[in-house]
Design a protein. Structure first.
Length: 244
């Protein structure tokens, strides 16, 4: 826009346009957050499912390990019975002594194995509790996610409806923009959205804080359309801070 351009425009119009653009930015941001929140919930459910699967895997491994030890214990008990039978028919004292020593060693090994089995069964109970807790946590996460999806879908629909209303308000308000400024306005708002407009705070741009010259301030007082020399935003004096 040329420096000698003398397009008049109401500050209240620019302020209203800026407010609407800010609303659109805010609503668009809220709409974008809805699917992100659903995605975050999906991630939590996935992690909860993994935790449950890991707990189930640990429980299964512990059960298999305990079953293997119980099988080993039964096998040794059967072996001891066989040794007891052979003990009764030992052909010599040496064979008898060897059999007694073997039986004693197997019984001692079985005692250790029995203790390990008991510890394993207790550990299985602990892991079963972990599985139960993980299952309940997953159910909670899944329910929360179902509620979240319903809430976010409803919220997004409401936001889109509000965005349509505000967008229509913008179109209606833009009809009041002077024709000489309309092309520049559309070009910069399409590129920068709400940052295309900025209030004047005392003697500086409210967007980039660039100090404005006296000449620009004077033009604002005359309700002439000006742009910030630094950030190129359309400048206006808010109604509650009209330049004196």
């Amino acid at each position: 826009m040329r420096a000698d351009n003398r397009i008049e425009i109401r500050p209240s119009l620019l302020q209203k346009l800026h407010r609407i653009h800010r609303q659109i930015t805010d609503l668009s941001g809220q709409i974008e957050r809805c699917p992100r929140q659903i995605k975050a919930g999906e991630h939590m459910v996935t992690e909860g499912s993994k935790a449950k699967e890991a707990a189930q895997g640990n429980h299964k491994d512990a059960v298999l390990a305990c079953d293997a030890k119980q099988l080993q214990l039964r096998s040794r008990e059967d072996k001891i019975k066989d040794l007891d039978a052979k003990l009764k028919t030992a052909a010599s004292n040496r064979e008898f002594s060897l059999l007694k020593e073997q039986i004693a060693a197997d019984k001692q090994a079985n005692e250790v194995l029995s203790d390990e089995i008991l510890e394993g069964l207790e550990y299985i109970d602990e892991l079963a509790a972990v599985v139960q807790a993980a299952s309940e946590e997953l159910e909670r996460l899944e329910k929360e996610q179902a509620d979240r999806v319903t809430e976010m879908e409803q919220r997004e629909a409401e936001l889109r409806s509000e965005l349509d209303r505000v967008t229509e308000e913008l179109r209606s308000t833009e009809k009041d923009i002077p024709s000489g400024a309309l092309d520049d306005y559309r070009r910069i708002t399409e590129a920068r959205g709400e940052e295309a407009l900025a209030p004047v705070d005392e003697d500086s741009c409210g967007g980039c804080y660039q100090i404005l010259t006296t000449q620009l301030i004077d033009r604002l007082r005359m309700s002439l359309l000006i742009r910030c020399p630094n950030c190129n935003a359309f400048l206006y004096s808010p109604e509650n801070r009209q330049l004196g």
